[in-house]
Design a protein around this ligand. Structure first.
Ligand code: 5GP
Length: 217
C-alpha cells in the first residue's frame, strides 16, 4: 500500500573525543544491515594499532590540500586547531542511492558543512555522562598528551552551543543503551512520512466494495 524511498540515510555523528562515538558506531553497524561508516582522510599521525584505509586514510598536508583543490572532499576542517580531517566524496552518493546508510563520524565544523549541502542528513550528538568522566576515559585511553587533551577540551568549550543544530543528543552512560538509542533513531527515520514515494489506495477500494459475506468466509 505504501512505497517508501529506498535511499540510504546519511547519518552525521559528532561528540567530544573519548565520548565513545566510534564504539557506538562499530556496534551499530554490527547490529544492522545495509549500513557503513565512511573512512575519513586526515593529516594527523597514525596511533598505535590504527590501520590505513580502515581507521583513516593517513595523508600528508600537501596531499590533503591537493584533495581540497581537486574538490575531492564533501567537507573538511582543521580539528582541534591542528590537523586536517575530511570526508572523501568518492562514491558516497552512489552508496546512498543503492539504499545503504552511511555514517560520518565528524566534528561540528564538518557537520555544519554537511547541513548546508545535505540538509536531509540525520545529525546526532553524543555526550559523555559528565566532563569528569570524559577526562577519566581519555586518560585511560592513553592516546593524548596533556597538551592535546587541553586542545580537545578547548574545542568542546567553543563548540558546545552548536549542539542545538543537531536533531538528537544521546548520552553515552552505558554503551549498549546508547547503541540502542542510535538504532531507535535510525529506525524512526525510516518511518518518516516524507519518505513515502507512492500511496496506493486501490486495496482500500477493493476491500470497501467487497461483499461483507466474503469476510465471514
Ligand atoms: P581523532 O584524532 O580522535 O581520531 O579524531 C578527532 C576528531 O576529528 C573526532 O572528534 C572526529 O569527530 C573528527 N573527525 C574525524 N574525521 C573527520 C572528518 O572527516 N571530518 C571532520 N570535519 N572531522 C572529522
Amino acid at each position: 500500500m505504501i512505497k517508501s524511498k529506498k535511499k540510504g540515510d546519511l547519518i552525521v555523528i559528532s561528540g567530544p573525543s573519548g565520548c565513545g562515538k566510534d564504539s557506538i558506531c562499530n556496534k551499530v553497524i554490527k547490529k544492522r544491515k545495509n549500513i557503513q561508516i565512511s573512512v575519513s582522510m586526515t593529516t594527523r599521525e597514525k596511533r598505535q594499532g590504527e590501520k590505513e584505509g580502515k581507521d583513516y586514510y593517513f595523508v600528508t598536508k600537501e596531499e590533503f590540500e591537493k584533495s581540497i583543490e581537486n574538490d575531492d572532499l564533501l567537507e573538511y576542517a582543521i580539528v582541534h586547531e591542528k590537523d586536517y580531517y575530511g570526508t572523501p566524496k568518492s562514491n558516497l552518493f552512489k552508496i546512498l542511492e543503492d539504499g545503504i546508510d552511511v555514517i560520518l563520524i565528524i566534528d561540528i565544523q564538518g557537520a555544519l558543512q554537511i547541513k548546508e549541502k545535505y540538509p536531509e542528513a540525520i545529525f546526532i550528538f553524543i555526550l559523555p555522562p559528565s566532563m569528569r568522566e570524559l577526562k577519566k576515559r581519555l586518560i585511560k585511553r592513553g592516546s593524548e598528551t596533556k597538551e592535546s587533551m587541553f586542545r580537545r577540551f578547548k574545542s568542546m568549550y567553543k563548540e558546545i552551543n552548536e549542539i542545538v543544530k543537531y536533531n538528537y543528543v544521546v548520552v553515552n552512560d552505558e554503551l549498549d543503551d546508547a547503541v540502542n538509542k542510535v538504532i531507535a533513531i535510525l529506525d524512526s527515520q525510516k518511518c518518516r512520512v516524507d519518505r513515502i514515494e507512492e500511496l496506493d489506495v486501490s486495496s482500500i477500494e477493493e476491500v470497501m466494495h467487497e461483499d461483507l459475506v466474503d469476510l465471514n468466509d
